[in-house]
Design a protein around this ligand. Structure first.
Ligand code: FAD
Ligand code: NDP
Length: 526
């Protein structure tokens, strides 16, 4: 069977090289590609490689528009052997298990609050990792199943195979069993996402370290954990690990949350520090060794002093960024260009790669935010452009996001630094406030880092350029204001918006103090 597929692949490769595949632009999309279809080869209007956020959304939308669609998805186990089902990063090893574990940590804080509100909670309270992990994993498995059912309902053909191109219109997929399948299509969308990066130059990194691909699937508690990195993944994971009571250290080589507003990022870190997360600032790991008792001895270097130090941990979690999944797709063979610096696929505003009928969306595409909702929207819009009557492009301006650290940080639009860089300090007005969420008062919680700022143009009507919110439920707060900012809200309009009392959101519509005024921005009274 493998020999037959190899012969077919060779047959297809030959003519593929000799002549360029031609496509004809027709109303509502590009159809009827000239193609040699080998016996046994399956032919589709749209083939999507990658069944994650972007790929599934694109496939389902195309099927709803009446097209013959296939999705191929295959999860290569992590170096530690963790594997999962259909749905991609977000569902299995990203947003979903992360948010649920964040919730587990928040509940710990609420149990502490509870006695202030009259609840009698037996002390000491204990957290059971096994129970949490099992519940989270069961939910993820139900989502895997849900995705398969949705594909079936929409008549999208699903193949659990690892795909790579054999020519511009044909992909060969290999199943776990080694069985090969040839699939061809008029249009091919690459939505293969990315995987965590390992610092392979560090002794013991691959052997003893884990990543976000493993943490949510651990059966046993990770115990005392060193998290290396200081961006979204690192701080979110360190946040929930600390919150469920684990001794957690973040090793940060430079700044927290690069790319985000740095005043807000510092507050996020300050809050984590004051709630038990330890930070090794300006340090990089150099070596990991396993001790006879199974613990990990980590050696690191202080980048300023050059001084070396060591520590003992149960788990080392690498959260040092992600590598796009382009290595195994045979892209060079078919002429799909990637950026050699970061291996991402180069696309234009229409998501088209250097090959006109091959597209890339989501994390694998160059210059796109690595977020689920943007991947989903890009996938849907692409399907509508290809098979509907639409010409709508994805708009990557004012994409809201939230970092689910113990004190959540939500933002939309420009950071203060970006606003100043684009418009000049003299043209920017920043309104800000330190506030105390009502629920913190009775619970006697410290609210030192609960802070909001609205970055506006100074010239009336003071267009809002960015909102930054640090506090409880930041995602819920930011989502609503994102609509206003997308619609071009001005500071004057925000001030004319009636608040909902008593909430944290209302603090946004009460922001009266500008940074320029130098007045104390602490909210007093109700
Ligand atoms: P993916 O979801 O990664 O899907 C790609 C799929 O393609 C995978 O299933 C992969 O196995 C498969 N694949 C790869 N190569 C092949 C091949 N050759 N053949 C077949 N299949 C292949 N975003 C948010 O918006 N909010 C969050 O709270 C959030 N939290 C996150 C937390 C963590 C820990 C991480 C790591 C990410 C988080 N993200 C979050 C980011 C979000 O998960 C991604 O942006 C999103 O999943 C990208 O979707 P995608 O479709 O581009 O790729
Ligand atoms: P990022 O690329 O955003 O950050 C990588 C981090 O690792 C930085 O702090 C970087 O430091 C550090 N780092 C890189 N290399 C090394 C090294 N060799 N040694 C030590 N530290 C190193 O990656 P993430 O994995 O955190 O996030 C990837 C993407 O996933 C994000 O951009 C985001 O879009 C998405 N995501 C979204 C979430 C959400 O919406 N809530 C949650 C999690 C992820 P330095 O700054 O010095 O380069």
């Amino acid at each position: 069977m493998a020999a037959m597929a190899a012969a077919m692949a060779a047959a297809l490769r030959g003519p593929g090289r000799r002549f360029r595949w031609r496509t004809q632009a027709l109303a509502g999309g590009v159809r009827g590609a000239a193609r040699g279809v080998a016996a046994g080869q399956q032919n589709y209007d749209l083939l999507v490689i990658g069944g994650g956020s972007g790929g599934l959304a694109c496939a389902k939308e195309a099927a709803q528009l009446g097209r013959k669609v296939a999705v191929v998805d295959y999860v290569e186990p992590s170096p530690q052997g963790t594997k999962w089902g259909l749905g991609g990063t977000c569902v299995n090893v990203g947003c979903i298990p992360k948010k649920l574990m964040h919730q587990a940590a928040l509940l710990g804080g609420m149990i502490q609050d509870a006695h202030h509100y009259g609840w009698e909670v037996a002390q000491p309270i204990r957290h059971d990792w096994r129970k949490m992990a099992e519940a989270v994993q069961n939910h993820v498995k139900s989502l895997n199943w849900g995705h398969r059912v949705q594909l079936q309902d929409r008549k999208v053909k699903y193949f659990n195979i690892k795909a790579s191109f054999i020519n511009e219109h044909t992909v060969c997929g290999i199943a776990k069993s080694g069985k090969e399948t040839l699939l061809s299509a008029d249009h091919i969308v690459i939505a293969t996402g990315g995987r965590p990066r390992y610092p392979t130059h560090i002794e013991g990194a691959l052997e003893y370290g884990i990543t976000s691909d493993d943490i949510f699937w651990l059966k046993e508690s990770p115990g005392k954990t060193l998290v290396v990195g200081a961006s979204y993944v690192a701080l979110e994971c360190a946040g929930f690990l600390t919150g469920i009571g684990l001794d957690t250290t973040v090793m940060m080589r430079s700044i927290p949350l690069r790319g985000f507003d740095q005043q807000m990022s510092s507050l996020v870190m300050e809050h984590m520090e004051s709630h038990g997360t330890q930070f090794l600032k300006g340090c990089i790991p150099t070596c990991i060794k396993r001790l006879p008792d199974g613990q990990l001895q980590v050696t690191w270097e202080d980048r300023t002093s050059g001084k070396k130090d060591t520590g003992i941990f149960d788990t080392v979690l690498w959260a040092i960024g992600r590598i796009p999944e382009t290595r195994n797709l045979n892209l060079k063979e078919v002429g799909v260009n990637i950026n050699p610096e970061n291996q991402k696929i180069i696309v234009d505003a229409q998501d088209v790669t250097s090959v006109p009928h091959i597209y890339a969306i989501g994390d694998v595409a160059e210059g796109r935010p690595e977020l689920t909702p943007t991947a989903i929207m890009a996938g849907k819009l692409l399907a509508q452009r290809l098979f509907g009557q639409s010409s709508d492009l994805m708009d990557y301006n004012n994409v809201p996001t939230t970092v689910f650290t113990p004190l959540e940080y939500g933002c939309v639009g420009l950071s203060e630094e970006e606003a100043v860089a684009r418009h000049g300090q003299e043209h920017i007005e920043v309104y800000h406030a330190y506030y105390k969420p009502l629920e913190f008062t009775v619970a006697e919680r410290d609210a030192s880092q609960c802070y909001i700022k609205l970055v506006c143009l100074k010239e009336p009507p003071q267009l809002v350029l960015g909102l930054h919110f640090l506090g409880p439920n930041a995602g819920e707060v930011t989502q609503g204001f994102a609509l206003g900012i997308k619609c071009g809200a001005s500071y004057a309009q925000v001030m004319r918006t009636v608040g909902i009392h008593p909430t944290c959101s209302e603090e946004v519509v009460k922001l009266r103090i500008s940074k320029r005024s130098g007045l104390d921005p602490t909210v007093t009274g109700c």
